[in-house]
Write a protein that binds this ligand. Sequence first.
Ligand SMILES: [Zn+2]
Length: 347
Amino acid sequence: MDTTPTDALISQLDRLAGEFAAAIAPLDDEQAMRATQAQFLGKKGQVSAVMKELGKLPLADRPRVGEAANRVKDAIAAAVDARLAALADARRAADLARKVDLTLPARPVATGHLHLLTQVRFELVDIFAELGFAVAEGPQIETDWHTFEALAIPKDHPARDMQDTFYVADEIVLRTHTSPVQIRTMQAHPPPIRIVAPGVVYRRDDDATHSPMFSQIEGLVVDRGIRFSDLKGVLTHFANRFFGGSGGLDVRFRPSYFPFVEPGVEVDFTCAFCRGKGCRLCKGTGWIEIGGAGMVDPDVFAAVGIDSEVYTGFAFGMGIERMAMLRHNVSDIKLYYEGDLRFLRQF
Ligand SMILES: [Zn+2]
């Protein structure tokens, strides 16, 4: 029997399905398969090219050709699906073939922890909280008045030197100490006052033991009958709680000058490393410098409207970085801020 043009066209279509299957057999990614699919089924594809001949066929034959065209399209789609399924099976088989020891313990998940300075700050606050101190905070961008003027540091005072202070604008500074919090607290609350103010401060300083940004904790107690011996009692308790262990650490005051306290003192603790015998850390003196303190100057009380004939108070301050340095023997203040995990993970 002679082959009619219709039969020829149909067998041509059926051949395309086989050609497509052969074309995608070596492909192992879906994108390449889809591209090949488009070459066969797209507007300019090979199936469409064959279908253009449809118009030349007798009307009665056309449904058979249409069926064949659908058959090819289905076959091509099925071939893609089959090939993708085969690839997925192969991947899964490869996964299963890998030797996995399900009894091995899982790798530990690395968890973070609080930064050393935060840990030390919390610890400092906790010790003072035991003594009934509340935490007070204030803005880091402060007015000149709160930072200096109200603390008896007039305009011509050396502590206001441009070398030391970052000015944001006229009369606005980055606070150089946490003491403005004292002023804000005394303005907001009548005595009795018992606060610690931890926070970040800024100075134009930069070397191994100074950073332009560092943190302090400052204490203020105001009430009737507050005496210098109360200051010594609080700091002695603190020294033994923070460095203590077995206790027995003493506090030493050396006369000093801070504009906002009178009298003012430098505070030393017995060196906790040698218990006062003298070592490298205390440079052989047996004492470690901790910070400054003193009785609140009546001028400061006057600035905030507290009657210094009725109330007295003491204030003290220390650097949190320095406390952490002493506690953990950290030699360079920059280590705190570099974010180097080799350093931070030690604490
Ligand atoms: Zn020592």
